[in-house]
Write a new protein. Structure first.
Length: 76
């Protein structure tokens, strides 16, 4: 099953402030990992339903919506 992912408005704004090389790495990681197996990320302690993966110095925080097969990127 392939998941699609969506960016929050604030997350898109955060991406614009990140160096182009790092931004490309983050987007590539989302395309490669989160669309195929979003459960690979670790669960955030104290935040029910949120997960995280690490890309360099950045952490991508997201939630999974199984019923609509979507991963929502909440914060970078």
């Amino acid at each position: 099953m392939t998941y699609k992912f969506v960016w929050d408005k604030k997350t898109k704004k955060d991406l614009r402030n990140i160096d182009a090389h790092e931004r490309d790495r983050i987007i590539k990681k989302c395309n490669e990992i989160l669309t195929k197996d979003p459960k690979i990320g670790s669960q955030l302690v104290g935040y029910h339903g949120l997960r995280r993966i690490r890309v360099g110095d950045y952490r991508i925080i997201y939630s999974i919506y199984e019923e609509i097969v979507t991963v929502r990127i909440i914060k970078i």
